[in-house]
Every structure is written in C-alpha cells, then in structure tokens.
Design a binder for this molecule. Sequence first.
Ligand SMILES: Nc1nc2c(c(CN[C@H]3C=C[C@H](O)[C@@H]3O)cn2[C@@H]2O[C@H](COP(=O)(O)O)[C@@H](O)[C@H]2O)c(=O)[nH]1
Length: 368
Amino acid sequence: MTVSDDDTDHDLLDFMRKAMGLTANPTTSKPEPDTGVLKSAEYIYDNAIDVALDMRSCKEAAETIIKCMEAENFGTQTWDSHILHPHTKDEEQVDFIFVMDLLNFSFWADDPKKPFVVEYNGRNEDGYWSLVASLRRALDEGIPITSPYFWVDRTVCTDALLERLFRPSTGTQIPMLAERIECLREAGEILCEQFNGSFVNCIKEADGSAAALVNLVVDEFPCFRDETTFQGRQVNFYKRAQILVADIWASFNGTSHGTFHDINKITMFADYRIPQILHTLGCLMYSPPLEHTIKDRKPIASGSRYETEIRGCTIHCVELIRREIVKKHPEAKVNAILIDFFLYDTAKEWEVQGKEMIPTHRTRSIWY
Ligand SMILES: Nc1nc2c(c(CN[C@H]3C=C[C@H](O)[C@@H]3O)cn2[C@@H]2O[C@H](COP(=O)(O)O)[C@@H](O)[C@H]2O)c(=O)[nH]1
C-alpha cells in the first residue's frame, strides 16, 4: 500500500499524540481528561527502592479476590449494604458523601489501645465508621452538618460545637480535629461562593466525566490536592478526591448523580489500610528497614520517600491485580474501585477477627 505524505504526517501526529498519552476524542478532538494518578504510580513503582511487588502473589490474589467477589456478589450495591451510609438517592446523599469524604482521613490512634470510638445505634464504631457515625449522630441531634452554609457561619457553627460533634464515646478525641475544622471552613467558602452551596453543581460541571470531576475537585479545593514530588517529578495520588467520586458513583449504582462514562479511570485509593492487606497477601514487599519502621509503629513523614513508595506501589499493585482479573475473567464486571472497596472491607473484617497482619503505616496527614 503506497502511503501518501499527508498519511505519513497523520500517522506521525497520531503516534506522537498516543506517545504523550493524549488520546484525542474523535468527536471533539479534545484530549480526554486524565488525573495522572496511574502514570504517577507506575513511575514510583519503576523507581522504588524500599517497596517492591511480588508478581506470583499478585496473580494468586487476583484469583482469590475475583472468586470471593463473585461468591459475595460484591458490586456497587454493596456500598448501600453498609447501614451507616446514606441511602436517600437524592441531593442530600451527595451532600452527605461530600462532607464524609472531605473529612475521611487519619483515624488511627497514637496509642493503638485508645482509638477514637463513637457509640451509635448500640454499636461502637472506630476508624472510618467513627466519622460516619459522628455525622449521623449530628444530623439526629438537628445539626445541619451536610450544609456548607452552616460550616462557614461561625456564629452558630463554632469550633466548640464541632468539637462536641466529634466527641468520643470512649477513648481519645478524634485525631486532627483542628485540621478537620479547617477543611470544613475552606471547602464551605468555596462551595458557597463558586458552586451555589452544593457539590451537585460540581458534578454537573464535570459533564459526566469522573476524571474531569477529580481534576475539578483538586483544582478548586486545596484540601483535596493530594500530590507530592518524587525524584524531582510531581506525582498525583488524589485519594480523597477519587474516593469522593467513587462513593458518588457506587452509592447511586452508576445512575443519576453517579453517572460517569469514564469511571474506570479512577484508581484505588492510596490510604493506610490497603497496603496492610496487600502486604499480608504477599503482594507488597518492604525492605527490612521499612518493614521494621512499620512493625515498630514508628512515624513515617508525610511526603517522605518511604511514604510515597508505599502509596505509589499500592496503586500500581491494585492495577496489576485488576489487569490479571480482566485477563483471566474478561466477563467480570470489576474495576479498581470495586477491588479497592472489597480489599478495604476485607481488611476491616480481618482486623475484627484478630488476623495477624502488619500494622498500618503511621503517617499523620489530611490526605488519607
Ligand atoms: N482505599 C480505601 N480507603 C478507605 C476506604 C474507606 C471506606 N470506604 C467504604 C465505602 C465503600 C467501601 O466498601 C467501604 O465500606 C475508608 N478508607 C480509608 O481508610 C482509612 C481508614 O481506615 P480505618 O481507620 O481502618 O477505618 C482512612 O485512610 C480512610 O480514608 C475504602 O473503601 N478504600
């Protein structure tokens, strides 16, 4: 086949566009939005020194995960099965999820024997569930904690009221209370001034793209801008921005406010639970110095190389597990979000069962 000059130019342009990771949208020829998280994770994995992945364990984990997910019929509907999650399927649900993921970070206690615990509906909730229980308790007490107009009105929404809102039933105070209050004030100003007081308007602006919504959240809300530098290059994690979009998607079963044509661009959420279970499964491996640091419950600084390698390799690990599942089970309806949700819920079950696991790494930050 003779290739004319303009064909060559077109092919070259197409090749260069693909090489730059810009897949042109055929209709609008605008590059599809991308968060850069997956590329960041691969770069960290390729250059990591103290964290590595074991491919055989990843393949085994992929098989175990898909078999358990299928046995449990694990899917977006599982999100709803958590009784403390909101189920109204309306704008109030979006507002609840926004404040939940605005504050969804750093629940681990300095003293593991004294966690922050909230008793709600006769159950003692800790970790992430202590946050959700605190929000539910506040609403039961008539505090409009899902309203940004409330967060910015310091005459009624005082620091003292918020401290009481997050009061523990037993154990110690919620970690990083001051930072949580700062997140509410900052995000409240932005939502009220730019988005008419509801995250629903952010979803509308993203026009059905999950990646565009993540990018909008990290561009407009500094307290979601979870990025750092690694070996001189910016790397993106965007954990709370991604889990915010994922929670909206799952809680509406991919319909209504949760309709996104590119939801599979969302990666797993680089927190402190998933590395723990991936290490227990043998997928994530730490160098002896890093393993001792974690086992001795020593602090790991936010933005440090140790922390960045744990987070980046965790994202890449779940991506490899996802690819393995898709390769062996092309009919399976799984993405990184559902694999992540499954791993998080399993890690929590194993913790309750007292299963032997490496401790979670101890980085104090608002990012996760
Ligand atoms: N990667 C990932 N991280 C998650 C979650 C969740 C809860 N998601 C719910 C929604 C659907 C799922 O089925 C879950 O039921 C919380 N976290 C993070 O973990 C840490 C809290 O840990 P602990 O203190 O032990 O509760 C903290 O950084 C928190 O931000 C998740 O799903 N994935």
